[in-house]
Design a binder for this molecule. Structure first.
Ligand code: NAD
Ligand code: TDX
Length: 354
């Protein structure tokens, strides 16, 4: 097992990046953490207020800014006064990048793909070049969506050898970024790994995403909104299980390899919505049907046997109904966190017929 001395988490002020930063802080007590985040609509600096001040630093910056990324990753940076933790402790050189920064929402990508190509493709290229120049370990956080979709009634699951078949501008941009990572490993020998994970849920997820949108609609006196007939299937995983998998892969994974991360969590959207409504004390049918997403993927399902077999990873948060209740409680307790984003998100959805 290899333990990084200083990990750069890109996109660490977003949903998964925030959960990952806290996971690393708790489970890797000797590892320093720098978060680099552009604070787009999806990033929130205050998420990281409880990080340990003696080994954490936040940098407000863009992964597409190559000179900036180079300066952050250079081992020379330890000699300039910027390479210090929040409380002034000096930090060791960065030796690993966990790349979580992305434009992450399919609906937004359908409205305007440009930021997806820029951040997800160009941004990944910039980070790979820094990893190559300074010989940094590089983990790329990707999605099951690169494999396209499966028929709803099929027992088939994606594996690490499934062909790439992305459907949306978002998933096409993530597929492109995966290919760059693979090429930088094969051509330049960059020490890379990739994880392709299913739909995450948990605290700090933006109100644009399915589960938080329904919970916060109900908490703010709106009705839940289901796309189409709700028969689409997603393979849900608790975000903390995803974070644990990423750290297993970073510290023990085989270089150049891809690992699928899934928790046997396949559920149709309508089943998830029923669970949300009943756990919030509402009748199952208390929601609106709205327009479906153009080109929608029908089903994602992941075979995670490789990471289980090779790295011994197992999901821990497998009681979906109980975890969903925890998430409902988190949003009820964190109104100040999500209320500022809620009206604009709903106005934009209304304009799209969603
Ligand atoms: P998110 O949208 O919640 O957060 C993305 C973060 O990246 C934000 O903090 C944003 O400010 C930052 N960011 C965006 N553009 C940037 C740029 N140019 N430079 C620096 N920072 C930038 O996303 P998420 O749901 O936390 O997803 C994180 C990663 O995991 C993404 O790569 C996504 O593709 C992948 N993923 C997500 C899921 C899921 O269910 N959410 C599942 C599988 C994989
Ligand atoms: O209000 C809604 N009602 C609804 O029925 C919303 C916002 C969504 N949906 C449906 C659309 C999808 O079939 O729920 C399903 C899930 O939607 P999203 O939360 O937008 O997730 P998805 O498109 O599946 O992608 C997510 O998982 C894979 C993440 O956003 C991606 O970043 C990740 O790669």
């Amino acid at each position: 097992e290899w333990i990084p001395q200083h990990v750069l988490i890109t996109g660490g002020a977003g949903f998964i990046g925030t959960n990952l930063a806290y996971y690393v802080a708790e489970h890797f007590p000797t590892t320093a953490i720098t978060v680099l985040d552009a604070l787009t609509y999806a990033g929130n600096r205050s998420n990281l207020d409880a990080m340990p001040a003696d080994r954490f630093r936040f940098i407000h910056g863009d992964i597409c800014d190559a000179p900036r990324v180079d300066a952050i990753c250079s081992p020379e940076s330890v000699h300039n006064s910027s390479s210090v933790a929040q409380d002034g402790h000096s930090l060791p050189p960065i030796d690993a990048i966990i790349h979580c920064a992305a434009e992450s929402h399919n609906d937004n990508s359908i409205m305007n793909a440009a930021p997806f190509l820029r951040t997800n493709v160009d941004g990944t290229y910039v980070l790979l070049e820094a990893a190559r120049k300074y010989d940094l370990r590089f983990h790329h956080m990707s999605t099951d969506e690169v494999y396209g979709d499966l028929p709803v009634d099929s027992p088939e699951k994606f594996t690490e050898s499934s062909p790439y078949h992305p459907s949306s501008p978002y998933s096409a941009s993530k597929a492109a970024s995966d290919h760059l990572v693979r090429a930088w490993h094969r051509t330049y020998g960059v020490r890379t790994t990739i994880s392709n994970c299913g739909n995450n849920y948990g605290p700090w997820q933006h109100v644009e995403k399915f589960i938080p949108r329904q919970i916060t609609n109900i908490l703010s006196g709106r009705r839940a909104k289901l796309y189409g007939d709700g028969e689409e299937v997603r393979d849900w995983i608790h975000v903390e299980d995803h974070c644990a998998a990423v750290m297993q892969i970073l510290t023990r994974g085989t270089l150049g390899e891809t690992y699928l991360v899934g928790a046997d969590g396949c559920r149709s959207n309508i089943e998830v919505l029923h669970d949300i409504l009943t756990s919030m004390g509402l009748p199952e049918n208390d929601f609106d049907h709205v327009r479906n997403r153009p080109g929608v993927d029908r089903k994602y399902a992941l075979d995670a046997s490789k990471i289980e077999r090779e790295l011994g990873w197992r999901p821990q948060h497998t009681d979906f109904a109980a975890e969903l209740k925890n998430v409902v409680r988190w949003y009820a307790d964190h109104r100040d966190w999500w209320e500022p984003d809620k009206d604009a998100t709903e106005t934009s959805y209304a304009a799209q017929g969603h």
